[in-house]
Design a protein around this ligand. Structure first.
Ligand code: SF4
Ligand code: SF4
Length: 480
């Protein structure tokens, strides 16, 4: 089942069953209507497969209708059909705008001392996406989001860049440790872990091959989750389950990440992140609650609230892992200062780039790559399978062009590709608008890291991965 569904609603709900047939011209027909169902067509090896993703109600009607469908090409999809289990689908479906409105309403109805503390953490990619949609600067969009969530009932609105800085520092430390042990352990290439789309694929299709190489550092979303539940509950003298934590992220895959058992606190029966909304879902909520972002800003300025102070890290819009780890390792392992990284982009694939650090004789000291989109990931995995990968570090992201182009970002209403490309360049401009901050220079981040002993630090900032047995009955038998 897929977490990027398209919903098709039929106008007249009745009761009954339905079948799907392939007609002579190859299109898909249903011989009665489902009500409120979700169908995805997966295209692979020139075949198109229909998958019914959810059936909320079914109805009796003899009518034959041509199905509307969404085409997902191999650039977007693994064509695995089994990457989200039914149980996971339920967890993902629970993370909706309606669920948030319900929680906020229930919270308002409680007496003040019994109310939960509502915290919203916004990713920099989502802020840039919403800024681009409204033609606003990213700072003003951040302030507007702050006000928007507080008006709805949130007590705090945070920026996940703080946790991203911790993730960058921890990733660099892990890489240098792996590099130093590379002759005694099979530890390289180290593969980044912040993209749940990639992690889902790795665990479900190439578990034994890839998992030992995946960084054990949690993603910025999950580090934010650990810190919010731990720090807010202890500062407010309450328990983690009394803190309700919402994140705003560029993709649906983050909902799945938040639902992982590894991020569930058995003692307090609570998750580090209770609910994830995508940038697009938040844009819809803003449209529902107010006429424009501008209206929010006018109210905000009248209320003279403090300015949001988001920060930015160098590198591509997916967090700058490659950029930071390369520069820091070059300095600490080889005493070489790298000011700017000059990438070599693969022929015919702008989503695969690499960079080498050479010594004075031209010998390769470090070889890093960025693999974005499943086409690039597939190339990487094939190289690893054949023992042909000589990379030390790879920043792996499931979306072509990375997180700024995530599946949950605000999209063009027409679905036109050209328009979508224009939106992406506006999002990139908004994202890069802020002055950059170098990891390690923020005293609050450094203090947060040094506050914890080794064991607590492991719990807060690190995680594990699990190879998942593939259920062949769900598989489309697509061989990669
Ligand atoms: S790979 Fe992505 S799009 Fe394809 S079925 Fe899995 S979640 Fe859905
Ligand atoms: S690359 Fe795409 S799927 Fe992965 S974290 Fe970024 S937006 Fe989400």
């Amino acid at each position: 089942e897929c977490i990027k569904p398209v919903e098709v609603k039929t106008p007249v709900p009745k009761k009954g069953l339905s079948k799907i047939k392939v007609s002579n011209d190859g299109s898909y027909m249903e011989n009665s209507n489902y009500f409120n169902h979700t169908i995805m067509m997966i295209e692979s090896n020139k075949h198109i497969y229909p998958i019914i993703l959810s059936l909320k109600k079914y109805i009796k009607a003899k009518k034959i209708a041509s199905l509307e469908y969404l085409l997902i090409t191999l650039n977007d999809c693994l064509a695995c059909s089994g990457c989200v289990t039914s149980a996971e689908t339920v967890l993902v479906a629970m993370q909706s705008q309606e669920e948030l409105y319900k929680v906020l309403k229930e919270n308002r109805e409680l007496s003040p001392e019994r109310r939960k503390i509502i915290v919203v953490s916004v990713s920099p990619q989502s802020r840039a996406s919403i800024a681009a949609k409204h033609g606003e600067g990213v700072r003003r969009a951040g302030k507007a989001l702050d006000m928007f969530f507080k008006t709805l009932g949130a007590h705090m609105v945070l920026d996940t860049s703080f946790a991203r800085e911790i993730a960058l520092l921890k990733t660099a430390e892990e890489f240098m440790e792996r590099y130093r042990n590379k002759n005694t352990e099979k530890s390289l290439p180290m593969l980044t872990s912040s993209c749940p789309g990639w992690i889902c694929y790795a665990e479900k299709t190439h578990g034994d091959l890839t998992i030992p190489f995946i960084s054990r550092v949690k993603s910025p979303q999950q580090i934010t989750g650990s810190l919010v539940k731990k720090l807010v509950s202890s500062h407010m003298n309450t328990t983690p389950d009394q803190v309700y934590h919402v994140t705003v992220m560029p993709c649906y895959d983050k909902k799945l990440e938040a639902s992982r058992q590894d991020f569930y606190d058995d003692i307090y029966s609570t998750r580090d992140v209770d609910l994830v909304l995508t940038s697009g879902e938040v844009a819809e909520m803003i449209a529902r609650e107010t006429t424009s972002l501008e209206d929010l800003l006018i109210k905000l300025e009248a209320a003279r609230l403090d300015a949001d102070n988001p920060i930015h890290h160098n590198g591509a819009g997916s967090g700058g892992y490659l950029d930071y780890v390369f520069k820091r390792s070059a300095q600490e392992l080889f005493g070489r200062h790298v000011e700017e990284i000059v990438y070599k982009t693969a022929r015919n694939n702008k989503d695969f780039r690499d960079v080498r650090l050479l010594d004075n004789d031209g010998k390769v000291l470090l070889h890093f790559a960025a693999a974005y989109g499943f086409r690039s990931i597939q190339n990487l995995v094939q190289k690893m399978k054949r023992g042909k990968s000589d990379y030390d570090f790879v920043e792996v992201m499931a979306c072509p062009s990375g997180c700024l182009n995530g599946g949950g970002q605000v999209k063009s209403e027409s679905g036109d590709r050209e328009q979508q490309r224009e939106i992406l360049s506006l999002v990139e401009i908004a994202y890069n608008e802020l002055p950059s901050s170098t990891p390690g220079e923020n005293s609050a981040v450094n203090q947060t890291i040094s506050d914890y002993d080794v064991e607590t630090s492991k719990q807060l900032f690190h995680t594990r991965y699990h190879a998942v047995e593939k259920d062949e009955s769900l598989s489309l038998n697509v061989k990669w």
